[in-house]
Ligand binder design. Structure first.
Ligand SMILES: [Fe+2]
Ligand SMILES: [Fe+2]
Length: 223
């Protein structure tokens, strides 16, 4: 939800690919996820994706400072990934807020309750993936603000009606799809970070799937 936009100037994309070692991370760790409809998702090699990010940094900042060094400058993909983490944090909190409001209201349909539970779980998996990729010093300091804003954004419409919640979430997910698309498109055009692209496409597909489900439910319930 509501990630910060950042332009992807093609001139910032790297020209060479050679991943430096990343001893700072547990390179054996892999995560797999389930999409919201419980379809098994691909397993992602997070160490390989971090290497892709390091290559982007090396091209942008040179080889003097490592990507995972706290003093290293942020490059364009760092900003994008940090905004992805902020967005996924906010997304989890949207569903936290919605669940709290639905519980308080007590009149939500079973489908709405199921929807909130399933998509909160999907957003948590997205957040876990993104969080594992970024060194702690590349996590935005604004996460508390994103949590508060996300919770309020989910809580308020859910307190009003199922329809208000679905309309809010649909608008947010449409924005998220566009945001991921702004990263996926240039990376694919330039043949960069293929494994990161696969992860972003997986997250983006979950957002699109959630949007379609919301639409069907709105029609079925004549919301
Ligand atoms: Fe997400
Ligand atoms: Fe989402």
């Amino acid at each position: 939800m509501l990630p910060l936009r950042a332009s992807l100037a093609c001139r910032r994309l790297p020209r060479r690919l050679s991943a430096p070692p990343l001893e700072a991370f547990n390179t054996s760790r892999r995560l797999s996820t389930l999409s919201a409809d419980h379809t098994p998702a691909p397993e992602f090699d997070l160490a390989a994706i971090r290497s892709e990010l390091a290559v982007e940094h090396e091209h942008s900042a040179g080889s003097e400072c490592r990507w995972d060094d706290a003093s290293a400058p942020w490059h364009w993909l760092d900003r994008e990934m940090s905004s992805n983490m902020a967005g996924e944090t906010g997304a989890v909190c949207i569903y936290d807020g919605a669940a709290a409001a639905l519980s308080l209201r007590g009149t939500a349909s079973a489908e709405t309750l199921r929807f909130v539970d399933e998509h909160r779980a999907a957003e948590r998996r997205h957040l876990e993936l993104i969080e594992c990729l970024l060194p702690p010093h590349k996590h935005t300091r604004l996460l508390p603000m994103w949590r508060a804003a996300g919770f309020a954004l989910g809580f308020a419409p859910a307190l009003v009606s199922d329809r208000a919640l679905f309309k809010t979430v649909e608008a947010v997910e449409t924005f998220v799809e566009e945001h991921y698309g702004e990263q996926i498109g240039p990376l694919k055009v330039h043949g960069r970070c293929p494994q990161l692209v696969a992860l972003l496409e997986h997250c983006c597909a979950d957002e699109a799937r959630a949007g379609n489900e919301r639409y069907v439910e709105r029609e079925d319930n004549d919301l």
